[in-house]
Design a binder for this molecule. Structure first.
Ligand code: DGL
Length: 269
């Protein structure tokens, strides 16, 4: 596998850009191929079979692009699809991290809040991991179905979003959570608003950090790290709304006027 080949990063929409941003921050010499399915997002309310089918299309596309590694930048696809995808690709896969271990290390009473999509909460993605790590960890997982649609329709810093944030965050009142896992890759985009609506002192955890740590160790093990220390190329593919996609790339990754390629994921069955 060529070390200069791109790393595939994928999500239902623009949320996974928060993971691509972390990858670029840690390994600025790596070439990144980002794919977002703006046309069919949100995935959170979808049935598992559909989520798994869509995941397969991203992975088939990456095969045609000869990626050296693919990173799930989506908790929803990780929780329902990752285990099913293992062994079915010629390149290694890195799932989205639950970040439960990180959160537990920062939570002396092991009381952790999670916000995520409906599908991720339904799969008990974080709760099952917590049970594996330490049965004393308490997880309070809250599904926030409005957030992704709001973010993808431009409500990232306004009263509409404030209202939704206040509504969802009140679920944690009296639960004494010590940390809050942002269990959907869209949520770091609205981190500032979220922190306004939770008690001071609760630590917000972005699982992109441990996801990219894992990606680095997989690449080291497979001897596929790009020796370049800077100048990684970024390519963006979205299934619709190129102007909105470009705007989100600018907001999340700070790239001016990015070129947005169109992709019809349905062709990659
Ligand atoms: N960003 C995705 C996640 O991390 C999913 C958002 C959605 O399409 O519902 O779960």
């Amino acid at each position: 596998m060529q070390s200069h080949a791109p790393i595939g990063v994928f999500d239902s929409g623009s949320g996974g850009l928060t993971v691509a941003r972390q990858l670029h921050k840690i390994l600025p010499g790596e070439n990144i191929l980002y794919v977002g399915d703006m046309k069919r997002m949100p995935y959170g309310p979808r049935e598992p079979q559909e989520i798994i089918k869509f995941m397969g299309q991203f992975l088939n596309f990456f095969t045609t692009k000869k990626v050296k590694l693919a990173i799930f930048a989506c908790n929803t696809m990780t929780s329902w699809g990752y285990e099913k995808a293992i062994g079915n690709t010629v390149y290694p896969l890195v799932p989205m991290s639950t970040a439960v271990a990180e959160a537990a290390a920062l939570s002396p009473h092991k009381t952790i809040g999670v916000i995520a999509t409906e599908a991720t909460v339904k799969k008990r993605f974080h709760a099952d991991m917590a049970a594996k790590i330490d049965k004393d960890i308490r997880i309070y997982a809250v599904a926030c179905p409005q957030f992704v649609t709001l973010i993808e329709s431009g409500h990232i810093n306004d009263l509409v979003l404030e209202k939704a944030a206040a509504y969802y965050m009140q679920n944690f009142t009296g639960k004494n959570i010590e940390s809050l896992i942002l269990g959907c890759t869209h949520y770091p985009i609205i981190k500032d608003i979220l922190s306004k609506h939770i008690e001071v002192g609760i630590k917000l955890i972005d699982p992109a950090v441990s996801t990219i740590e894992k990606a680095v160790s997989v690449m080291q093990k497979n001897n596929m790290l790009n020796p370049a220390k800077t100048g990684g190329r970024m390519e963006f593919f979205f299934s619709s709304e190129p102007d909105h996609a470009a705007h989100m790339v600018k907001i999340v990754m700070g790239i001016d006027n990015p070129f947005i390629n169109n992709i019809d994921l349905e062709r990659f069955n």
